[in-house]
Design a protein around this ligand. Structure first.
Ligand code: NAG
Length: 309
């Protein structure tokens, strides 16, 4: 009897383990109401639709001569704790072949049906470009409609709303009306998953500041070189030991990120929609660290700078 029960339990345990192994802890992010979704790509992660953003270039092309018109970048983000995620992409145009870059991830993109591609992600901290043979680009021409997939690690250190010293942006659209000054009372700025913030941030005090989360910070509403922005969407020239982590930065009026002070970190950040000149990725001062980040830039990607007086 005892032996039989043991065998049954073992079998049960085996089934449980198998389910755990096949499954994955994938967290999809909320869709901010009022933000349009991509009309170029639809993305499903483990059969659930993952909200796909789009940034387009036409407003920049109308504004400045050097910007290309009719470009777009679509992207989606989600987090993976463990296991793997099956990503399915639906396109507007049929294709024969597709590629997931960087190729060294070893993710094999296959066509599984009309206008449908599939591949499997086995880890987080993965930032991918998915490319289709109708729009591969070349050294003479960029990809017209880009698609980026960001598999984040899960969030740690999520602050509670209304914490002293924390500016908290929850899911939904917020317009800062320019670059928000972070005075000495602010230690942390948090953009929750599904937060879509129009504007930027600049440190003005001596304290270190952490700007993080899984939200989006966009400069799309601001004109090229808008005087309300000091050099970058996020400027942390003042203070030191700053961190930016986990956000997507979009369509900046100037650089994406500049932190010429010392000991600054940029981690798991993504920059997209670099339609104009001067959209440098990041410029850091002495002892800066950039890791696990994806940079689309239309000038320098990573600018190593010495500390200015
Ligand atoms: C400092 O910034 C906080 C948050 O934006 C704001 O509420 C406060 O009024 C500011 N203080 C001063 C002295 O400007």
């Amino acid at each position: 009897m005892g032996v039989l029960n043991g065998a049954r339990n073992l079998k049960f345990l085996f089934i449980l383990l198998t389910i755990k192994f096949i499954g994955a802890d994938v967290t999809l992010y909320p869709h901010p109401s009022g933000i349009r979704s991509s009309d170029k790509f639809t993305v499903y992660v483990n059969h659930q639709q993952s909200f796909t953003y789009i940034s387009t270039s036409d407003h920049r092309a109308q504004e400045v001569q050097h910007a290309h018109s009719h470009r777009s970048v679509s992207w989606t983000s989600f987090s993976i704790t463990r296991g793997h995620a099956i990503v399915e992409v639906h396109t507007q145009t049929d294709f024969r072949q597709c590629i997931v870059r960087p190729k060294h991830y070893g993710y094999h993109c296959k066509r599984t049906g009309t206008k449908t591609a599939q591949f499997t992600i086995d880890s987080n901290r993965r930032m991918m470009s998915v490319e289709f043979d109708y729009d591969y680009g070349s050294t003479h021409k960029d990809i017209t409609d880009k698609l980026l997939i960001f598999a984040d690690p899960p969030e740690t250190d999520v602050p509670k709303p209304n914490t002293l010293g924390v500016l908290f942006y929850s899911a939904g659209v917020t317009d800062l009306g320019g670059q928000k000054h972070l005075n000495a009372s602010v230690q942390e700025v948090y953009l929750a998953p599904g937060a879509y913030v129009h504007g930027g941030f600049i440190t003005t005090g001596h304290q270190s500041v952490k700007i993080h989360g899984r939200g989006v910070l966009s400069g799309e509403k601001y004109k090229f070189h808008d005087s309300r922005f000091n050099y970058a969407l996020i400027n942390m020239d003042k203070g030191s030991h700053h961190t930016v982590e986990g956000l997507v930065l979009v369509d900046p009026p100037y650089y994406f990120h500049r932190a010429l002070s010392v000991h600054n970190t940029m981690r798991n950040m993504k920059t997209v929609g670099a339609w104009t000149y001067n959209s440098d990725g990041v410029s850091l001062g002495d002892n800066g660290l950039v890791e696990d980040s994806f940079i689309m830039a239309n000038d320098d990607s990573i600018k190593v700078t010495y500390l200015r007086d």
